[in-house]
Design a protein around this ligand. Sequence first.
Ligand SMILES: Cc1cc2nc3c(=O)[nH]c(=O)nc-3n(C[C@H](O)[C@H](O)[C@H](O)COP(=O)(O)O)c2cc1C
Length: 240
Amino acid sequence: MMKAASTDTTRDNAARRIVDEVIRSRRAVRAFDPTPVPKALVVEMLEVARCAPSNSNTQPWFVHVLEGEARRRLGEALLRSHARDELPASQHFPGELPAACKSRQADFGARYYAALGIDRADAAARYAQTARNYLFFDAPVGLIFTIDRRLMPHSWADFGMFLQTFMLAAKARGLDTCPQVSFVRHEPVVRECLQLPEDQTVVCGMSLGHARTDAALHRIAMPRDPVEAFTVFHGFDGES
Ligand SMILES: Cc1cc2nc3c(=O)[nH]c(=O)nc-3n(C[C@H](O)[C@H](O)[C@H](O)COP(=O)(O)O)c2cc1C
């Protein structure tokens, strides 16, 4: 009996170390080498991702997986659209971001462009870096995630769990990802290329592949606020 309990503890500790390590080591990767990712491996990761929880088990996710010619065609169409720059900026955030989010956003921008050696005032260099999104940062596989447009914020929260589970499944297999909202701006182009049904709207895209080890961007870790900055504990330690 005692022996079984201690084996369980050892197994639990090992699982905790592995799960924590996978979560902590995931980064948004923005430079990939061309090593292919087999379709069977993508299917395996989607089989893990579909275990994500969803409200009343509604499973609101749809996924398009692009490789080879299909990935290239979408990338080129998006680059043409980016060059025309005719589409209105998409609204991922409210006009007035809450102050704390705004300051983290500014901090992200400063770190991101500094790591790339891009001067914030250099609009042409920033424009070229944005374009890298549309080529899935050269990753061999690109994904586009869509949801029924009638669904509401909690279903989008379900979708976030699906995305994170997929990214962790990738990390556990030695692969890296970058979730990308940048595709939303060019939704009409994505719609046409992928022949999306009318009821579907784009949640985001994602690059998937093997990280290039020489890329400067991978050396920056985006900071996180400490737990006490976003948590209020109630009723612990004998508090009423
Ligand atoms: C929904 C979502 C959309 C994102 N869109 C983009 C994007 O379009 N382009 C990009 O380079 N990074 C994008 N990111 C990556 C974030 O910038 C990144 O997750 C954040 O800075 C934290 O860094 P980390 O993921 O390396 O910890 C996105 C992340 C999420 C979750």
